[in-house]
Write a protein that binds this ligand. Structure first.
Ligand SMILES: Cc1cc2nc3c(=O)[nH]c(=O)nc-3n(C[C@H](O)[C@H](O)[C@H](O)COP(=O)(O)O)c2cc1C
Length: 345
Protein backbone atom coordinates (compact mmCIF):
# COMPACT_ATOMS: atom_id res chain seq x y z
CA UNK A 1 0.00 0.00 0.00
CA UNK A 2 3.02 2.28 0.30
CA UNK A 3 2.61 3.05 -3.41
CA UNK A 4 -0.73 4.75 -2.58
CA UNK A 5 0.80 7.09 0.01
CA UNK A 6 1.48 10.70 -1.04
CA UNK A 7 5.13 11.75 -0.71
CA UNK A 8 4.88 14.81 1.53
CA UNK A 9 1.83 14.37 3.74
CA UNK A 10 -0.19 11.56 5.32
CA UNK A 11 -2.78 9.82 3.15
CA UNK A 12 -6.40 10.88 3.64
CA UNK A 13 -9.05 8.17 3.55
CA UNK A 14 -12.85 8.27 3.70
CA UNK A 15 -14.10 5.91 6.42
CA UNK A 16 -16.61 3.27 5.37
CA UNK A 17 -20.05 4.02 6.83
CA UNK A 18 -23.02 1.71 6.32
CA UNK A 19 -25.95 3.31 4.47
CA UNK A 20 -24.06 6.61 4.13
CA UNK A 21 -20.88 6.26 2.03
CA UNK A 22 -22.75 4.89 -0.98
CA UNK A 23 -22.58 5.96 -4.62
CA UNK A 24 -24.63 9.18 -4.19
CA UNK A 25 -22.46 10.28 -1.27
CA UNK A 26 -19.23 9.42 -3.11
CA UNK A 27 -20.34 11.47 -6.11
CA UNK A 28 -21.33 14.51 -4.07
CA UNK A 29 -18.23 14.35 -1.86
CA UNK A 30 -15.83 13.98 -4.80
CA UNK A 31 -17.22 17.19 -6.35
CA UNK A 32 -16.04 19.04 -3.23
CA UNK A 33 -12.91 17.25 -2.03
CA UNK A 34 -11.52 13.75 -2.43
CA UNK A 35 -9.64 11.44 -0.11
CA UNK A 36 -6.67 9.51 -1.53
CA UNK A 37 -8.78 6.36 -1.44
CA UNK A 38 -12.21 5.08 -0.45
CA UNK A 39 -13.40 1.94 1.36
CA UNK A 40 -16.82 0.44 0.61
CA UNK A 41 -19.45 -0.25 3.24
CA UNK A 42 -18.94 -3.86 4.29
CA UNK A 43 -19.98 -6.89 2.26
CA UNK A 44 -21.57 -9.34 4.72
CA UNK A 45 -19.99 -12.75 4.18
CA UNK A 46 -21.30 -16.12 5.41
CA UNK A 47 -21.68 -19.59 3.88
CA UNK A 48 -24.89 -18.66 2.01
CA UNK A 49 -23.93 -15.10 1.01
CA UNK A 50 -23.40 -13.70 -2.46
CA UNK A 51 -21.86 -10.30 -3.18
CA UNK A 52 -24.31 -7.45 -2.60
CA UNK A 53 -25.10 -5.97 -6.03
CA UNK A 54 -25.72 -2.47 -4.79
CA UNK A 55 -22.28 -2.39 -3.15
CA UNK A 56 -20.68 -3.83 -6.28
CA UNK A 57 -21.98 -0.82 -8.21
CA UNK A 58 -19.75 1.45 -6.11
CA UNK A 59 -16.76 -0.55 -7.40
CA UNK A 60 -17.87 -0.74 -11.03
CA UNK A 61 -19.19 2.81 -11.39
CA UNK A 62 -16.65 4.45 -9.04
CA UNK A 63 -17.31 8.12 -9.86
CA UNK A 64 -14.25 9.42 -7.97
CA UNK A 65 -11.12 8.62 -10.04
CA UNK A 66 -9.64 7.32 -6.79
CA UNK A 67 -8.93 3.73 -5.71
CA UNK A 68 -11.54 1.84 -3.64
CA UNK A 69 -10.94 -0.99 -1.21
CA UNK A 70 -13.74 -3.52 -0.77
CA UNK A 71 -14.49 -4.20 2.88
CA UNK A 72 -15.68 -7.63 4.03
CA UNK A 73 -17.07 -8.77 7.38
CA UNK A 74 -17.61 -12.32 8.60
CA UNK A 75 -16.09 -15.14 10.62
CA UNK A 76 -16.16 -18.18 8.30
CA UNK A 77 -12.75 -18.50 6.63
CA UNK A 78 -13.80 -20.47 3.49
CA UNK A 79 -16.63 -17.97 2.86
CA UNK A 80 -14.34 -14.97 3.39
CA UNK A 81 -11.75 -16.46 0.98
CA UNK A 82 -14.50 -17.14 -1.58
CA UNK A 83 -15.76 -13.52 -1.30
CA UNK A 84 -12.22 -12.11 -1.54
CA UNK A 85 -11.55 -14.18 -4.67
CA UNK A 86 -14.84 -13.08 -6.25
CA UNK A 87 -14.14 -9.43 -5.44
CA UNK A 88 -10.72 -9.66 -7.09
CA UNK A 89 -12.56 -9.78 -10.44
CA UNK A 90 -13.74 -6.18 -9.83
CA UNK A 91 -11.65 -2.98 -10.02
CA UNK A 92 -10.60 -2.89 -6.37
CA UNK A 93 -7.49 -1.48 -4.72
CA UNK A 94 -7.53 -4.34 -2.20
CA UNK A 95 -9.57 -6.22 0.39
CA UNK A 96 -10.15 -4.76 3.85
CA UNK A 97 -11.33 -6.97 6.73
CA UNK A 98 -13.64 -5.37 9.30
CA UNK A 99 -12.52 -6.07 12.87
CA UNK A 100 -14.32 -3.14 14.45
CA UNK A 101 -18.10 -3.31 14.05
CA UNK A 102 -19.56 -3.12 17.58
CA UNK A 103 -23.15 -4.21 16.73
CA UNK A 104 -24.07 -6.94 19.29
CA UNK A 105 -25.63 -9.15 16.60
CA UNK A 106 -22.37 -9.05 14.61
CA UNK A 107 -20.11 -9.58 17.65
CA UNK A 108 -22.22 -12.54 18.87
CA UNK A 109 -21.39 -14.26 15.57
CA UNK A 110 -17.66 -13.65 16.25
CA UNK A 111 -17.45 -11.24 13.31
CA UNK A 112 -16.38 -7.56 13.18
CA UNK A 113 -15.21 -6.38 16.61
CA UNK A 114 -16.33 -9.76 18.05
CA UNK A 115 -13.25 -11.41 16.52
CA UNK A 116 -10.98 -9.40 18.84
CA UNK A 117 -12.29 -11.56 21.73
CA UNK A 118 -10.80 -14.65 20.04
CA UNK A 119 -7.12 -13.97 19.26
CA UNK A 120 -6.35 -17.56 18.16
CA UNK A 121 -9.27 -17.58 15.75
CA UNK A 122 -8.24 -14.15 14.48
CA UNK A 123 -4.69 -15.41 13.92
CA UNK A 124 -5.96 -18.35 11.83
CA UNK A 125 -8.35 -16.14 9.86
CA UNK A 126 -5.65 -13.59 8.99
CA UNK A 127 -3.27 -16.40 7.96
CA UNK A 128 -5.89 -18.00 5.71
CA UNK A 129 -6.96 -14.73 4.12
CA UNK A 130 -3.38 -13.58 3.57
CA UNK A 131 -2.71 -16.81 1.69
CA UNK A 132 -5.87 -16.45 -0.42
CA UNK A 133 -5.50 -12.76 -1.33
CA UNK A 134 -2.88 -12.06 -4.01
CA UNK A 135 -3.42 -8.27 -3.97
CA UNK A 136 -3.46 -5.81 -1.09
CA UNK A 137 -4.95 -7.09 2.16
CA UNK A 138 -5.66 -4.57 4.92
CA UNK A 139 -7.46 -4.71 8.26
CA UNK A 140 -9.60 -2.14 10.09
CA UNK A 141 -9.54 -2.77 13.82
CA UNK A 142 -10.28 -1.38 17.25
CA UNK A 143 -7.73 -1.26 20.10
CA UNK A 144 -9.32 -4.21 21.90
CA UNK A 145 -12.74 -5.61 22.76
CA UNK A 146 -13.11 -4.51 26.39
CA UNK A 147 -9.79 -2.88 27.18
CA UNK A 148 -6.98 -1.21 25.24
CA UNK A 149 -4.58 -3.34 27.32
CA UNK A 150 -5.46 -6.09 24.81
CA UNK A 151 -3.78 -4.14 22.04
CA UNK A 152 -0.20 -5.39 22.59
CA UNK A 153 -1.32 -8.96 21.89
CA UNK A 154 -3.37 -7.86 18.86
CA UNK A 155 -0.39 -5.94 17.53
CA UNK A 156 1.73 -9.07 17.83
CA UNK A 157 -0.86 -11.00 15.78
CA UNK A 158 -1.09 -8.27 13.13
CA UNK A 159 2.71 -8.19 12.84
CA UNK A 160 2.78 -11.89 11.89
CA UNK A 161 0.63 -11.69 8.74
CA UNK A 162 2.32 -9.42 6.18
CA UNK A 163 -0.68 -7.08 6.13
CA UNK A 164 -0.56 -4.26 3.57
CA UNK A 165 -2.14 -1.79 5.98
CA UNK A 166 -3.82 -1.43 9.36
CA UNK A 167 -6.50 1.17 10.09
CA UNK A 168 -7.10 1.75 13.77
CA UNK A 169 -10.34 3.26 15.05
CA UNK A 170 -8.52 3.84 18.31
CA UNK A 171 -11.26 2.88 20.74
CA UNK A 172 -12.26 -0.50 22.12
CA UNK A 173 -15.36 -2.20 20.73
CA UNK A 174 -17.14 -1.57 24.04
CA UNK A 175 -16.32 2.13 23.88
CA UNK A 176 -18.33 2.36 20.66
CA UNK A 177 -18.06 5.96 19.53
CA UNK A 178 -17.63 7.52 22.97
CA UNK A 179 -14.70 9.24 24.62
CA UNK A 180 -11.20 10.18 23.50
CA UNK A 181 -9.24 7.94 21.11
CA UNK A 182 -6.23 5.99 22.43
CA UNK A 183 -3.50 7.70 20.45
CA UNK A 184 -0.77 5.70 22.25
CA UNK A 185 -2.03 2.50 20.54
CA UNK A 186 -1.79 4.14 17.11
CA UNK A 187 1.69 5.41 17.91
CA UNK A 188 2.77 1.91 19.02
CA UNK A 189 1.33 0.34 15.86
CA UNK A 190 3.01 2.91 13.60
CA UNK A 191 6.34 2.30 15.35
CA UNK A 192 6.04 -1.51 15.27
CA UNK A 193 4.39 -2.65 12.05
CA UNK A 194 6.13 -2.86 8.70
CA UNK A 195 2.93 -1.73 6.91
CA UNK A 196 1.35 1.76 6.88
CA UNK A 197 -0.93 2.52 9.82
CA UNK A 198 -3.98 4.73 9.31
CA UNK A 199 -5.27 6.64 12.36
CA UNK A 200 -9.04 6.94 12.74
CA UNK A 201 -11.55 8.40 15.17
CA UNK A 202 -12.63 11.93 16.09
CA UNK A 203 -10.92 13.92 13.32
CA UNK A 204 -13.36 16.78 12.77
CA UNK A 205 -11.22 19.49 11.17
CA UNK A 206 -7.67 20.41 10.18
CA UNK A 207 -6.37 21.10 13.73
CA UNK A 208 -7.59 17.72 15.03
CA UNK A 209 -6.03 16.00 11.98
CA UNK A 210 -2.67 17.76 12.52
CA UNK A 211 -2.75 16.91 16.24
CA UNK A 212 -3.61 13.21 15.64
CA UNK A 213 -0.78 12.96 13.12
CA UNK A 214 1.71 14.73 15.37
CA UNK A 215 0.87 12.41 18.28
CA UNK A 216 1.08 9.16 16.31
CA UNK A 217 3.26 9.56 13.18
CA UNK A 218 0.57 7.55 11.36
CA UNK A 219 1.01 7.14 7.59
CA UNK A 220 -2.60 8.12 6.99
CA UNK A 221 -5.71 9.66 8.53
CA UNK A 222 -9.20 8.25 8.03
CA UNK A 223 -12.22 10.52 8.44
CA UNK A 224 -15.83 9.38 8.76
CA UNK A 225 -18.49 11.51 10.42
CA UNK A 226 -16.39 14.65 10.01
CA UNK A 227 -16.62 14.24 6.22
CA UNK A 228 -20.42 13.93 6.29
CA UNK A 229 -20.55 17.16 8.25
CA UNK A 230 -17.90 18.90 6.14
CA UNK A 231 -17.46 17.45 2.63
CA UNK A 232 -14.68 20.00 1.96
CA UNK A 233 -12.58 18.48 4.75
CA UNK A 234 -10.06 16.67 2.52
CA UNK A 235 -9.06 19.89 0.74
CA UNK A 236 -8.87 21.61 4.15
CA UNK A 237 -6.51 18.89 5.37
CA UNK A 238 -4.40 19.14 2.24
CA UNK A 239 -4.03 22.91 2.75
CA UNK A 240 -3.23 22.45 6.45
CA UNK A 241 -0.47 19.91 5.81
CA UNK A 242 0.99 22.29 3.21
CA UNK A 243 0.69 25.19 5.70
CA UNK A 244 -1.70 27.04 3.36
CA UNK A 245 -4.94 28.75 4.42
CA UNK A 246 -8.21 27.34 3.06
CA UNK A 247 -11.57 28.89 2.26
CA UNK A 248 -14.29 28.62 4.91
CA UNK A 249 -17.51 27.25 3.41
CA UNK A 250 -20.70 29.19 4.04
CA UNK A 251 -24.15 28.08 5.18
CA UNK A 252 -25.29 28.47 1.56
CA UNK A 253 -22.52 26.08 0.40
CA UNK A 254 -23.90 23.59 2.94
CA UNK A 255 -27.43 24.08 1.59
CA UNK A 256 -26.21 23.32 -1.95
CA UNK A 257 -24.48 20.16 -0.67
CA UNK A 258 -27.64 18.96 1.11
CA UNK A 259 -29.82 19.65 -1.95
CA UNK A 260 -27.39 17.85 -4.24
CA UNK A 261 -27.14 14.85 -1.92
CA UNK A 262 -30.93 14.69 -1.61
CA UNK A 263 -31.33 14.76 -5.42
CA UNK A 264 -28.64 12.08 -5.95
CA UNK A 265 -30.16 9.81 -3.29
CA UNK A 266 -33.67 10.26 -4.74
CA UNK A 267 -32.32 9.54 -8.23
CA UNK A 268 -30.74 6.26 -7.07
CA UNK A 269 -33.84 4.96 -5.24
CA UNK A 270 -35.22 1.80 -6.80
CA UNK A 271 -38.72 2.96 -5.82
CA UNK A 272 -38.83 6.57 -4.58
CA UNK A 273 -40.96 6.88 -1.48
CA UNK A 274 -41.15 10.41 0.07
CA UNK A 275 -41.25 9.41 3.76
CA UNK A 276 -38.43 6.87 3.34
CA UNK A 277 -36.40 9.52 1.53
CA UNK A 278 -36.90 12.02 4.35
CA UNK A 279 -35.88 9.40 6.93
CA UNK A 280 -32.70 8.67 4.98
CA UNK A 281 -31.88 12.41 4.74
CA UNK A 282 -32.59 12.83 8.46
CA UNK A 283 -29.98 10.15 9.29
CA UNK A 284 -27.38 12.08 7.32
CA UNK A 285 -28.53 15.50 8.60
CA UNK A 286 -28.02 14.27 12.18
CA UNK A 287 -24.28 14.73 11.58
CA UNK A 288 -24.65 17.97 9.61
CA UNK A 289 -27.16 19.98 11.65
CA UNK A 290 -25.38 19.21 14.93
CA UNK A 291 -23.89 22.41 16.38
CA UNK A 292 -25.62 24.80 13.94
CA UNK A 293 -28.58 27.03 14.98
CA UNK A 294 -30.21 25.48 18.08
CA UNK A 295 -33.67 24.95 16.52
CA UNK A 296 -32.38 23.48 13.20
CA UNK A 297 -31.68 19.96 14.55
CA UNK A 298 -35.06 19.47 16.34
CA UNK A 299 -37.00 20.88 13.38
CA UNK A 300 -35.27 18.44 11.01
CA UNK A 301 -35.97 15.58 13.42
CA UNK A 302 -39.72 16.36 13.39
CA UNK A 303 -40.20 16.95 9.66
CA UNK A 304 -42.26 14.47 7.60
CA UNK A 305 -42.19 15.49 3.94
CA UNK A 306 -39.50 16.44 1.39
CA UNK A 307 -41.17 19.87 1.05
CA UNK A 308 -40.96 20.48 4.80
CA UNK A 309 -37.35 19.24 4.79
CA UNK A 310 -36.40 21.67 2.01
CA UNK A 311 -38.20 24.59 3.71
CA UNK A 312 -36.39 24.00 7.03
CA UNK A 313 -32.99 23.74 5.33
CA UNK A 314 -33.66 26.89 3.31
CA UNK A 315 -34.83 28.87 6.34
CA UNK A 316 -31.66 28.02 8.28
CA UNK A 317 -28.97 27.83 5.64
CA UNK A 318 -29.72 30.23 2.78
CA UNK A 319 -27.18 32.89 3.80
CA UNK A 320 -23.49 33.60 3.51
CA UNK A 321 -22.33 33.40 7.13
CA UNK A 322 -19.29 31.10 7.50
CA UNK A 323 -19.89 27.60 8.83
CA UNK A 324 -18.48 26.66 12.21
CA UNK A 325 -16.13 23.84 11.17
CA UNK A 326 -15.75 22.32 14.63
CA UNK A 327 -18.65 20.67 16.52
CA UNK A 328 -19.51 22.02 20.00
CA UNK A 329 -16.85 21.09 22.60
CA UNK A 330 -19.39 19.15 24.70
CA UNK A 331 -20.72 17.26 21.66
CA UNK A 332 -22.07 13.78 22.46
CA UNK A 333 -22.00 12.85 18.76
CA UNK A 334 -18.28 13.66 18.36
CA UNK A 335 -17.52 12.65 21.92
CA UNK A 336 -14.02 13.35 23.22
CA UNK A 337 -12.61 15.02 20.08
CA UNK A 338 -11.15 17.94 22.03
CA UNK A 339 -8.80 15.57 23.87
CA UNK A 340 -6.89 15.22 20.58
CA UNK A 341 -6.02 18.90 20.72
CA UNK A 342 -4.47 18.51 24.16
CA UNK A 343 -2.06 21.34 24.62
CA UNK A 344 -3.47 23.09 21.54
CA UNK A 345 -6.81 24.15 23.09
C1 LIG B 1 -23.22 5.29 10.49
C2 LIG B 1 -21.88 4.61 10.58
C3 LIG B 1 -21.66 3.47 9.83
C4 LIG B 1 -20.43 2.81 9.89
N1 LIG B 1 -20.21 1.71 9.09
C5 LIG B 1 -18.96 1.12 9.08
C6 LIG B 1 -18.63 0.05 8.17
O1 LIG B 1 -19.44 -0.39 7.34
N2 LIG B 1 -17.37 -0.47 8.24
C7 LIG B 1 -16.43 0.00 9.13
O2 LIG B 1 -15.29 -0.49 9.15
N3 LIG B 1 -16.70 1.01 9.97
C8 LIG B 1 -17.93 1.60 9.96
N4 LIG B 1 -18.16 2.67 10.77
C9 LIG B 1 -17.07 3.22 11.60
C10 LIG B 1 -16.31 4.31 10.82
O3 LIG B 1 -15.68 3.79 9.67
C11 LIG B 1 -15.24 4.99 11.70
O4 LIG B 1 -14.33 4.00 12.11
C12 LIG B 1 -15.83 5.67 12.94
O5 LIG B 1 -16.97 6.44 12.60
C13 LIG B 1 -14.81 6.58 13.63
O6 LIG B 1 -14.33 7.58 12.74
P1 LIG B 1 -14.90 9.11 12.75
O7 LIG B 1 -14.77 9.62 14.15
O8 LIG B 1 -14.02 9.81 11.76
O9 LIG B 1 -16.33 9.02 12.32
C14 LIG B 1 -19.40 3.32 10.73
C15 LIG B 1 -19.64 4.48 11.49
C16 LIG B 1 -20.86 5.13 11.42
C17 LIG B 1 -21.06 6.39 12.22
Amino acid sequence: MRDLLPAHRPAFVLAPMQAITDLPFMRVLARRSSPDWFVTEYFRVHPASSLNRQLLRALVENPTQRPIFAQIIGSDLPSLCRAATALAAYPIAGIDLNLGCPAPIVCRKHAGGGLLRHPERLHRLLGGLREAIAGRFTVKSRTGFADSGEFDHLLDIFSRHALDGLTLHARTVQEGYHGPVHTACVRAAAATLACPVIANGNIVDAPTALAYHRQTAAAGLMIGRGAIRNPWIFSHLQAAFEARPHEIPTHRNLLEYIRELSAEIAGEALRYEPLGHVQRMKRTLGYISHGLAADFEPQIRRCRTPQEFEAICQAHLDHDAPLPLRPPGDSKLFSGFEALLGEDI
